[in-house]
Structures are given as C-alpha cells and as structure tokens.
Design a protein around this ligand. Structure first.
Ligand code: GUN
Ligand code: ZN
Length: 427
C-alpha cells in the first residue's frame, strides 16, 4: 500500500457533487484481484492513525484529482491538428482521409500511437475512447502501446465501405470479419476494450451497418462509437441516403446501434425525440467543444441534455479538436454552456465541467465505479496537479476563496505545465 497526502478532489458517486479535502489522504493498494485501487480517501486527520504503517508521500500544495477521460478522440489525427477547412466534409476529404491512408503501414501507426499516448499522459488523460483507422493493424498498434503503459483504453477499426477514397475504404464482408477477429484478440485483455466503430452513417452501406449491429448484439459488453448530427451538410446528406429513417440518430437505431456503451460524438443537431431515445437506451453523447468551434459545427445543447436525461461527457476530438488538454476542453465547454444557457446552470459550475471530463465521462462510457473517480474501489488512475505551475497561476489560485474559484482558475489558466505527474494503475 502507498498513501499520498495532498489536496484531494473527487466526486459523490451518486450526485456527482464535488468532494474536497484541503489536507487529504489517498490510500492506494491492491484489491482482491491484485489490481491497484483506492482503498481509502478523506481528511488526513481522520485517516492518519488508521494507516500509520503505510508509507506516505507528502505533496504540500498539490492537488490530486481523478485521471481525465477523453470520451472521443482519433489517435491517427494526432499530427493533423489545426488543419483549416470550410467545414466537416471538406476537412475529411482534404486532410483526414489522406492522413489516415498512411496507417496502412503498421510502423507508421505504431510511431503515431507512441506520440499520441505520450501526449495523453502528459496532459493527465488516463482513459480514452479512441478511433483508429480502417486498417486492422492501426488497432493492434494502439492496443500494444496502451498495454505497455497499463492504460484503460478502448479503440476499434473504423468501418467505412462507401463514399470513402481508395486507401481508407474497406470491404463489407472483410471489415466485419476483421472486427470480430479484433474483438476476440483484444477485448478484455488487461485493461483494454474494443469498440465497434462505424465512421458515420454516410460512409457505411446499410449492409455494413446491419453487420455492425449484429456484432453489437453478439458482443453486448463491447463498446460502439460513431459520429452523429455534427454538421448541417452532413445531416442533409444522411437524410438523402437513408430516407426511411426518422432522423440521423434514427439510422443508428434502425441498425441496432443504440444501447449501453454506445457513445456518439457531437450530438448537436438532435431533437428531443432523439435525445430521449438515447437516454432510454443508455447511449451517451461525447461533447467535443474545441472541435465544434474549430469546424464551425455548432453548440451542444446542455439544456436539452438535462431536460431529457441524456448522458454526456467531454472529449477532445483531436484532430478536429484543437488540444489534448482537458483544461482547454473544459474552458471551451464553459463557453458553449454559457452560449446556450437559458438560466444559470449546473454545467456552468467549474466542478461540473471537471466531472464531465472524469466521473461523468466514466458513467457515459459504462465505466462508472471503475475509473474517473477516487472514491474507494476505483482503479488507481490519477493526476498530481501544481496550482502554482506558472507565476500567474500561482498568484490567481492563491486568491481563490472557494473550491469553485480554485478549480476555475486551473481550468482557465492551466495547461500541461500544471500536470506534474500522471499515475496509471497505481504507478
Ligand atoms: N465524421 C466522420 N468522420 C469524422 C472525423 O474524423 N472527425 C469528425 N470530427 N467528424 C467525423
Ligand atoms: Zn470524431
């Protein structure tokens, strides 16, 4: 066992309300299966005696918080961040598909996967739900690199058998056989999980979507990830391609792709029928504010999500997104929540933004109680933050009078310099 004495942030498992100790103790040790988990957490004064025999690392002034969860990101797009385009569809055609074509080469995939995981961990991200490319070797490369780092990590081979150029387009039958083989090879190995990954409705034939839905039914604890209702031109295109479906979201419903552990990126241009259907099925929205601002896609409707009980969490969506930093994503989400807010809302609270990127994201992924929080039993993934990492951050956080002010100062002024350690699986 090992203990850390510092400022400690975590969340109530039921309400999501922040729990905080200015002088806290986090005790980490093996559970019955030998996995490193949180054994105890609370005020130092209340726990010190009970854990008197345990080595304590004292980190005065530092903040320990749950490792961040990136609910939607594309590792093959790491090196194309900031590619300017008129909107989603030209961006895919001019930058994304050519970039992803290079992942047919396993050596290239492995090299970019290394850079990607180094970036995630430098920014305090310890779990990610991630797109690979349509090449099965791109999935192997990511899983191998994640496994070496002991990360809890989910990815999958992109399915795209139409409206895609040579080099990324796959073939219906082979793509489904590859998906099943990858599920059998990787799902549940160490901390890894597989996600069935149709790119988005326009780039899959009905046959491919049907096959994906059949796999999702046969492997019910495997994840599903895709994009929905991101951009108005895309929404119009889907309506032309699938005239019989009630809506864009309805396409996924029609092919059996709405269930627990299904995470859809963007969810901007939905109506309440869509939101209620997602909520009822246990599907979740990955909110990608820096991407939506960069590509001019629109604003996630927080009021709509709250009104309908739609589960949601935060995501970088790199390379549409402009930063791996959870601080940048939380700040952009604040702007989005302000834009749409009809009244001062929960989502404007710094602690709630933080929850959306940790415990809330874990719940959206179906990993509540496993990662994203530091209450007892959670896996030992956490960050050590320095609230005085820069001169301005030091001066600002020193003046914070409440937890919300303190967290907001970190969200607004913090970046990778504030992440002084990322602990994964207790190490
Ligand atoms: N829709 C289909 N593919 C993509 C992608 O790679 N990024 C984003 N942001 N939207 C998509
Ligand atoms: Zn995306």
């Amino acid at each position: 066992m090992k203990a850390y004495r510092a400022r400690l942030l975590r969340f109530d498992d039921n309400t999501g309300a922040p729990l905080y100790d200015e002088d806290g103790l986090l005790v980490v040790g093996p559970d019955a299966n030998g996995r490193a988990v949180v054994r105890a957490v609370g005020a130092y004064g209340a726990l010190a005696e009970r854990f008197a025999g345990v080595a304590i690392e004292h980190l005065p002034g530092r903040l320990i918080a749950p490792g961040f969860i990136d609910l939607h990101v594309h590792y093959p797009q790491t090196e194309m961040i900031g590619s300017p385009a008129d909107g989603l569809l030209p961006w895919l055609e001019h930058y994304t598909f050519p970039q992803e074509t290079r992942f047919a080469d396993p050596a290239h995939a492995r090299q970019v996967a290394e850079v990607f995981f180094d970036e995630l961990m430098r920014h305090g991200v310890t779990t990610a739900l991630t797109f690979a490319t349509s090449h099965p070797a791109s999935v192997d490369a990511a899983f191998e690199a994640a496994r070496e780092r002991r990360l809890r990590f989910v990815t999958g081979k992109v399915l795209q058998d139409r409206h895609s150029p040579d080099g990324v387009r796959d073939e219906t039958g082979q793509s489904l056989a590859d998906t099943e083989a990858l599920i059998r090879r990787w799902h549940g190995v160490d901390r890894l999980g597989y996600a069935i990954t149709p790119r988005f409705a326009p780039t899959s034939t009905p046959a491919q979507l049907r096959g994906a839905g059949e796999l999702a039914a046969r492997f019910p604890d495997v994840w599903i990830q895709s994009h929905v209702a991101e951009n108005r031109d895309e929404v119009r295109w889907v309506a032309e391609l699938f005239p019989d479906s009630r809506s864009y979201l309805g396409v996924y419903e029609d092919f059996g792709l709405l269930r627990e552990r299904a995470v859809y990126a963007h969810c901007i241009h939905l109506d309440d029928t869509d939101r209620l259907l997602m909520a009822e099925r246990g599907a979740a929205a990955a909110i990608s504010p820096t991407s939506n601002l960069f590509l001019g896609s629109g604003f996630f409707d927080y009021d709509g999500a709250r009104r309908t009980g739609l589960r949601h969490g935060l995501a970088s969506d790199v390379g549409g997104g402009t930063s791996f930093s959870p601080f940048a994503t939380m700040l952009a989400a604040y702007g989005v929540a302000r834009e749409g807010a009809t009244k001062p809302g929960l989502t404007l609270q710094p602690s709630n933004l933080w929850w959306q990127h940790t415990a809330g994201a874990a719940q959206a992924m179906g990993l509540g109680g496993v990662v994203g929080n530091l209450t007892p039993g959670h896996e030992a993934d956490f960050v050590v933050l320095d609230p005085a990492a820069t001169p301005l951050l030091a001066r600002r956080t020193a003046q914070a009078e409440t937890l919300e002010e303190f967290l907001f100062a970190l969200i607004v002024l913090g970046d990778d310099r504030a992440v002084i350690r990322t602990v994964v699986d207790g190490r």
